[in-house]
Design a protein around this ligand. Structure first.
Ligand code: PTJ
Length: 248
């Protein structure tokens, strides 16, 4: 189906194309396509644009990442397919490490993801060398295997498109968690310290720009942020949009 770029659905179709091409090139798993479908549905319900609540969370995330001692950006297949350039840019701006950490982990897919990140300018990528691996307690999936100088010792971890079990395990392990999740009701969204209810493809660009501005401030401090309250606002937004759509 040929849809001109100016058409309102062009952006979501363009994002879908990125996912499918990431699947064909061995970055994304089949389950990642399903996860994307869930995300698309919620994106539709938030109006396919960044809400003021997402902006609030992005501001808090930017301050938290900049003020962290040892921040890490955790990369899975979907995130690598959608935002490879932005992952590397954000890591540079906030001085974070990048670690590949997969739910459906195979060595080949880890290498494919690392290669894409390297093509986009990443110098060091953690999570590839079993000699440096450690285990997150109370977690069964492959995501429990992390790098000792990355997620294992991080104070703040950015984990977009995450599964609920790992968010809970990382929180219990003392990490501060920032996530992008289009579903404000998911376990990850509800458990994280800062949930950005936005499409990662839009939100990452804004997070980078905010961080570039923040980094220049001499006395940057953390603004008070209430994740539960902010999530309720996003849920209200979905309800309002549903009402509007069904009464149009
Ligand atoms: O690459 P792997 O092996 O680590 O696997 C990654 C997936 C995504 C398959 C795995 O983490 C997974 O199954 O995730 P879930 O449990 O489906 O959670 C994904 C969440 O991300 C869902 O709540 C979706 O609504 C949300 N989501 C999907 N696409 C986007 C999104 N959030 C922000 N931006 C998106 N583009």
């Amino acid at each position: 189906m040929l849809i001109p770029r100016s058409h309102p659905r062009a952006t979501s179709l363009h994002i879908r194309e990125k996912l499918v091409s990431g699947y064909k090139s061995g970055l994304v798993v089949e389950e990642g396509l399903l996860a994307h479908g869930r995300g698309e549905m919620f994106d539709y319900l938030i109006g396919e644009k960044t809400s003021k609540y997402a902006l609030k969370a992005i501001k808090a995330a930017s301050e938290t990442l900049i003020l962290a001692k040892s921040p890490v950006i955790s990369v899975n297949g979907n995130f690598a397919a959608l935002c490879p350039k932005e992952i590397v840019q954000l890591a540079k701006v906030v001085d974070a490490k990048i670690e590949v950490n997969l739910f459906y982990g195979t060595e080949k897919r880890k290498r494919n993801i690392a290669n894409v990140l390297k093509k986009n300018g990443a110098k060091e990528i953690l999570g590839l060398d079993p000699k440096h691996s450690r285990t997150i307690p109370k977690l069964d999936s492959a995501r429990r295997i992390v790098d000792e100088s990355g997620i294992f010792s991080a104070d703040v971890v950015l984990v977009p498109l995450e599964d609920g079990d790992r968010t809970i395990a990382l929180k219990k392990f003392g990490k501060k968690i920032i996530t992008f999740d289009l579903n404000p009701l998911s376990r990850t969204a509800q458990t994280a310290d800062i949930t950005i209810v936005d499409n990662v493809i839009r939100g990452m660009k804004i997070l980078i720009n905010y961080s570039k501005k923040n980094i220049k401030k001499k006395n940057l401090s953390k603004t008070r942020f209430d994740n539960k309250k902010n999530l309720l606002e996003s849920i209200n937004l979905v309800q309002k949009n549903l009402w509007r759509m069904s009464h149009a």
